[in-house]
Design a protein. Structure first.
Length: 363
């Protein structure tokens, strides 16, 4: 049989004529839109089911799976009445997210990111609907029945257990940053140690951290669960997917709860590595260059993550002098020579004037 390219239209006509994907010529070449037809079926065509049920003898080429746990709701269609909310709360899609929250609670606890009843998780599931974990429950031993549903002001809409008070901070992030569809809060020891020391972790040390975390933010201390805490953390989280809350812990956000949790792992691993590295080689940490950091920030953008540093000068990107004197950008600032020469001559004048003063006072 002659080799044939099948477009979406060809394939729809093929299926509507009663044939299935299994009947396609062995050497059939499918366009990307034809592959979509195989995946989605043909609306209204009884054969669409037959496609799904086609024997495995002739596996059709389909795009490889990319994991995606993001919950896509329809704007303006939140359930409103108590009955609608109750049905939504028990719907298969929401139960699947609750299962993931329970699972991530176990992972946080197992990694010692939470202790006692610490830590909490939220997932946005509507314009004004957010799933959250309960208060006074260990994150390692939660059950599906303990999950709560709140609105963006924190009013509990469903769930037998009382929602965590710290969800107010998560909601403040979601209100300010629409890309934050899920938040994860914990007290992992190394990240929290940086928060207690009030030290913003340095940048430009590990490429993956630059790409997946970006710069880690720092929010000044406020009482956990208070409106003031929600305010400072919410503001810091607009530009930072991970924020250290001074004297408290770490909060991260992402497009889904798995994504948000990964950022928690990233923060903890990063802070631990930087801390250990700080003990070695006299504390002289190497950094990648500003130019290399710029490439990583561009890569972040291709992955759908904004970065407030996109327009920064190369040398600003790796300026970690606050973190560790001597850990400075390797790239000389191209604009520096003229300015530096000017500053040098001014400094020289000041030194000379001071020297003259001292000498005259000694006379
Ligand atoms: Zn906390």
């Amino acid at each position: 049989m002659r080799k044939k390219v099948f477009t979406a239209a060809d394939l729809e006509a093929w299926i509507k004529s009663g044939k299935s994907v299994a009947d396609l010529p062995k050497d059939a070449v499918l366009t990307p839109s034809a592959k979509d037809v195989i995946r989605d079926g043909v609306p209204g065509a009884p054969a669409a089911k037959a496609v799904a049920a086609a024997p495995a003898a002739a596996p059709a080429p389909v795009d490889p799976i990319l994991p995606d746990y993001e919950y896509h709701w329809t704007p303006g269609k939140d359930p409103k009445t108590p009955a609608e909310i109750a049905a939504f709360f028990e719907s298969p899609a929401i139960v699947a997210i609750k299962e993931r929250m329970v699972d991530i609670g176990k992972r946080m606890w197992a990694r010692e990111y939470t202790d006692g009843n610490g830590g909490n998780l939220t997932v946005r599931v509507g314009d004004n609907l957010v799933l959250c974990t309960p208060t006074l429950v260990s994150k390692g031993f939660m059950t599906l029945e303990q999950m709560c549903l709140v609105d963006l002001d924190g009013k509990q809409l469903a769930g037998k257990f009382k929602r965590t008070s710290e969800c107010m901070t998560h909601l403040a992030i979601m209100k300010r940053q629409p890309k934050a569809k899920a938040c994860c809060h914990a007290h992992p020891p190394h990240g929290t140690a940086f928060a207690v020391a009030g030290v913003q972790p340095p940048t430009c040390m590990i490429p993956e951290a630059e790409v997946f975390l970006g710069q880690i933010g720092l929010a000044q201390y406020q009482t956990p669960g208070s409106p003031e805490n929600a305010e400072v953390v919410g503001n810091a989280a607009v530009d930072h997917m991970a924020v250290l809350m001074v004297n408290h812990g770490v909060i991260t956000w992402g497009k889904d709860i798995e994504d948000a949790y990964w950022k928690m792992e990233n923060v903890e691993a990063y802070c631990k590595t930087v801390w250990v590295a700080s003990q070695l080689n006299g504390g002289n940490l190497l950094t990648i260059t500003g130019g290399q950091a710029k490439e990583l920030i561009a890569l972040r953008k291709t992955l759908g993550m904004d970065d407030k540093r996109a327009n920064w000068q190369e040398c600003q990107l790796c300026d970690n002098s606050d973190f560790h004197p001597g850990t400075v950008c390797r790239v000389p600032d191209q604009t520096a020579p003229a300015d530096a020469a000017k500053l040098d001559s001014e400094a020289e004048k000041i030194v000379q004037a001071l020297t003259d003063q001292i000498l005259s006072s000694l006379k």
